[in-house]
Design a protein around this ligand. Sequence first.
Ligand SMILES: C[S@@+](CC[C@H](N)C(=O)[O-])C[C@H]1O[C@@H](n2cnc3c(N)ncnc32)[C@H](O)[C@@H]1O
Length: 329
Amino acid sequence: MYALVVSETGIDGGRAWHVPVLMREVLATLSPRPGETVLDCTAGLGGHAARLGEAVGASGTVVVNDMDPAQAAAARARCEQIPNGPRVVMLAGNFVDAPRRLAEAGLSAGVVLADLGFASNQMSDPSRGLSFQGDAPLDMRLDPTLPASAADLVQSLPEAELAEIIRDFGEERRWRQVARKLVQERGASPIRTTARLAALVRAAVGPEAPGGSRIDPATRTFQALRIAVNDELGSLRSLLESVGRSASARRSGGGVTGGGGSWLAPGARVGIISFHSLEDRLVKHAFGELVDRGLAEHVTRKPLVATEGEVSENPRARSAKLRAIRLAD
Ligand SMILES: C[S@@+](CC[C@H](N)C(=O)[O-])C[C@H]1O[C@@H](n2cnc3c(N)ncnc32)[C@H](O)[C@@H]1O
């Protein structure tokens, strides 16, 4: 397994690496051309960025962005190793700010990719507190400078707000019971570790009904807290709005301000890989609206998903969905 991963990334620092999902589909739908500028909003360890960078070549530019500065640096290093490769620009920050920063740098992207969520190396890094396998501080921040960790939210939010997060972002059917249990237990002693949180959630959810889901009952609450800590849906909404503003500004021939008109080139292809229905719904709706308004066309009418072969080599690809549009010229 690791031999495959290492050959895919080309580097191995002894950590678990991240295998990029839907690589063939990303290249086919975003069709990067020599000389273009690529913006990888979520560059991670640079797997997608490097392949897109190879395609745009020495006359092109790859902008690698990640809210986790260590990931952004790894992606930059990876792209800089491409033989006869593109110019590489690194932006470390939330992709919410990438359109403005791109425009300020005088760049407009012909290809934009956002491969949402977290990478395998972040999940397996105990200091992140993203996983309920093992025990670690309950952190979950992808950007270490964010003000509140998952432990802070669990400790301080009113029960009703905690319950809403667990219901809306985790789609947990027993959201009331989970929130109540966490609030009861945090009164006795603060919930500061992943193992304690997982044990409390499992106790609150109880055994699944026969024939029910076989995933660990802690999965949904962990997802919910990760989404809340990193404002994942708010960030995605903002990125989609920036795409929409740029597309409208092109048609009206104006609006070349940050986050507005200039950051996307005419005919830009925008692809988003999502991993759960909350994200996919937002992407589907935003892309559909641009197509309905005549500002873009679908490159993928239905989302592309991984082949059985890819899923068997990389189980993480199982829930990945790629949607892509092409903006009008
Ligand atoms: C699935 S990984 C991307 C992997 C990458 N495509 C590769 O080939 O290595 C998602 C990455 O997005 C980053 N991320 C998640 N939300 C972000 C946001 N709102 N802004 C910037 N980066 C984000 C995470 O830190 C993580 O490194």
